[in-house]
Design a protein around this ligand. Structure first.
Ligand code: PRX
Length: 635
């Protein structure tokens, strides 16, 4: 018997031990007892981190949408699968049952097929948080097409880069989106992006805001009439366990975004198993994750994990501040939310607005609270615990990554005693290691180091789309035979893990991963800029904000520095998106460099952190004199 549902701490330790002693038996039991297969596998796991190559359930065949939808039809056909809460609180929420979801996904799958999409083709989805987003993801999975969801806050340039990298044949978008009191012209952004994309033949457009958009003849089609005409059933494509399910881009410290490729069976099993346990989901619960499906959290814990468990999952179109800062709590009360999963940046933003926004609402339905995306500071943790959970709903601080596909280090609520700012213990099947600078594993407790994982788990990304070498270089070369996460962590006296932050040039701003190099590349496109360097600095709400040091050539006669500041942020918005805008821009006469010409970010980071008492030895720099002037003019 597998231990699919862990109910207490003793059981956790027992299950964990089993998962480490005999991983193949452990995962095989779960795969066999809790999922629907078309054909059984020949081999549970084969792996070699030096290539790197990892395969789970090879020879097995299945379709993930049969597991997420069809198998629930007899027992839960009339249960709400997706509960859609619109941006506007006066617009009625929509309950989509499992039966209705089945029909919607099948119709959509037929439309995709009729428009030339086949197994293995890539489809880019650029949609707001409306039901069509989840439905299009599932429709791709049903026909075996590889979805690439791009968060609808990315710019045309960023969208085009992602469409081209994956050679997408189709884009699914909407006329526009609601965001609080504003609307955003998504179709216009897609049109701009497609000026530079050769591979796209068809654009399917959802009508959401009823705006005037230009439809390009022969390329753009309104979705609804096609769905209305489509057949209501679709026999799912039988997929191999290791067939790619989706690509999802994440920032790297250098160069292009990385298209992380996730496989079908391993991803399904791990996202489902973690969902069940990390949220302790019970049959009539109403689970809400506030993330966007444009990020991995939405893929695993709005769509696949919950639906694979036959859960009710909420999709919220709006923002926490509209029409006021009580919106989240109003939704919790209205739908009697039982599990609530959000990001530390949202908690900090809401805490700042004061408890009066919460006090108006009944939050007593909440059983489990979750956080993800960045380290949660102690103050925010306590605010969440005291005011939202009223000290009765355990907080699960879940550490994981786009690359890991599912939650890796987390408490199991009602089992693992929580500790503020600690993600606590590894989930069953996960074998973390802390490594020192010499590549040796650090044993024992009360230690800190670089966080690695030493054994494969089912939902790990299998490669970077089109660039396996980069996959190997980024994750499998820093430490021998280990997956390197890019994070630092410490292990306390009882073996609990606390994630201390990135150890590379990725900065997490409001829970979004941003690589410094792409932002610097964007800034350097400004004609007046000679060079630039970006570092993070602590910010009350965003966790980190961006500080840019920019050396100018000549800004031209009569022009003001503030104009250049605005233009720099404008370029960043166009190239990446507003999330990557700089909070501070300091103009410098030069950047501190090593004798080999490398920018010394360590020094710039200390200046941005206002921590200049101990800058270390700067005498070996190529240009030590610039350091004092940067310090004198720091913002
Ligand atoms: O630095 C860690 C941080 O977010 C990074 C992964 O970002 P992304 O791929 O966008 O996925 C975010 C959602 C899973 C990690 O390398 N991070 C994520 N969760 C936590 C965290 N840092 C501290 N505590 C967490 N709970």
């Amino acid at each position: 018997m597998s231990n699919y549902h862990i109910k207490n701490l003793e059981e956790y330790f027992q299950v964990y031990r089993k998962s480490v002693r005999n991983p193949e038996v452990f995962w095989e039991e779960i795969a066999e007892e809790h999922f629907m297969w078309r054909k059984k596998w020949n081999r549970v796991l084969s792996w070699d981190f030096s290539k790197p190559e990892v395969k789970w359930f090879e020879g097995g065949q299945l379709n993930i949408t049969e597991n997420c939808i069809d198998r629930h039809l007899y027992t839960r056909g009339d249960k709400t699968a997706i509960l859609f809460e619109p941006n506007n609180p006066d617009e009625e929420a929509l309950h989509i049952t499992y039966k209705q979801l089945h029909e919607r996904v099948c119709r959509f799958a037929n439309v995709l097929k009729e428009h030339g999409i086949n197994k293995g083709d890539r489809v880019c989805i650029y949609l707001p948080m409306i039901p069509e987003l989840a439905v299009s993801v599932l429709a791709c999975a049903r026909i075996g097409a590889i979805h690439s969801v791009v968060f609808a806050g990315f710019s045309a340039h960023a969208l085009a880069t992602r469409i081209n990298d994956a050679d997408c044949k189709m884009v699914i978008t909407s006329d526009g989106s609601y965001r609080g009191a504003k609307t955003i012209d998504l179709k216009g952004i897609v049109d701009d992006a497609l000026e530079n994309c050769e591979s796209v033949d068809t654009v399917l457009v959802v009508k959401r805001i009823d705006s005037d958009v230009t439809m390009k003849e022969g390329r753009d089609l309104w979705l609804q009439p096609l769905l209305d005409e489509a057949y209501v059933d679709f026999s799912p494509e039988v997929m191999n366990a290791e067939d790619p399910l989706f690509i999802l881009y994440t920032s790297g410290s250098t160069g292009q975004p990385k298209g992380m490729v996730h496989s079908t069976a391993g991803y399904m099993i791990y996202s489902a198993y973690t969902f069940k346990n990390v949220f302790q989901y019970k049959e009539n619960d109403v689970y809400w994750c506030t993330a966007d499906i444009g990020w991995i959290t939405g893929h695993s814990y709005i769509v696949y994990g919950p639906l694979a468990n036959g859960a009710t999952t909420v999709m919220f179109e709006g923002v926490p501040s509209y029409p006021d800062f009580g919106r989240f709590w109003e939704i919790v009360e209205k739908h009697k939310i039982t599990q609530f999963y959000t990001a530390p940046t949202a908690i900090r933003a809401l805490a700042k607005e004061g408890v009066e926004h919460l006090e108006k609402y009944d939050l007593s339905s909440l059983k489990v609270l979750g956080t993800v995306g960045e380290p949660i500071n102690e103050e925010a943790w306590h605010w969440y615990d005291d005011n939202v959970g009223k000290k009765k709903a355990p907080i699960v601080d879940t550490w994981w990554q786009t690359e890991t596909g599912g939650i890796m280090i987390t408490p199991i609520p009602f089992s693992t005693p929580t500790k503020p700012t600690y993600a606590t213990l590894p989930f069953p099947g996960i074998q973390p290691a802390l490594m020192d600078e010499n590549g040796e594993e650090i044993q024992g407790n009360q230690v800190d180091g670089r966080l690695c994982i030493k054994y494969p788990w089912p939902s790990m990304a299998r490669t970077i789309w089109g660039n396996h070498q980069r996959y190997k270089d980024t994750y499998f070369t820093a430490f021998n035979q280990m997956y390197f996460t890019g994070d630092g962590a410490l292990r306390d006296e009882v073996g609990y893990y606390r994630i201390t932050g990135r150890v590379d040039d990725v900065i997490i701003v409001s829970g979004h991963n941003l690589g410094t190099a792409p932002i610097e590349d964007a800034i350097n496109e400004h004609p007046a800029v000679a060079e630039s360097a970006i570092v993070g600095f602590p910010h009350d709400i965003k966790g980190n904000a961006l500080y840019g040091y920019v050396t100018l050539k000549d800004i031209g006669e009569g022009r003001k520095h503030d104009n250049v500041r605005n233009e720099i942020n404008q370029i960043i918005t166009e190239q990446i998106g507003p999330i990557a805008k700089l909070d501070k821009i300091q103009f410098t006469n030069g950047l501190p460099k090593t004798r080999s010409g490398k920018i010394m970010r360590r020094i710039l980071r200390k200046i941005a952190h206002k921590d200049t008492d101990n800058l270390g030895d700067i005498s070996t720099l190529l240009n030590p004199e610039v350091v004092q002037s940067i310090m004198d003019n720091a913002l």
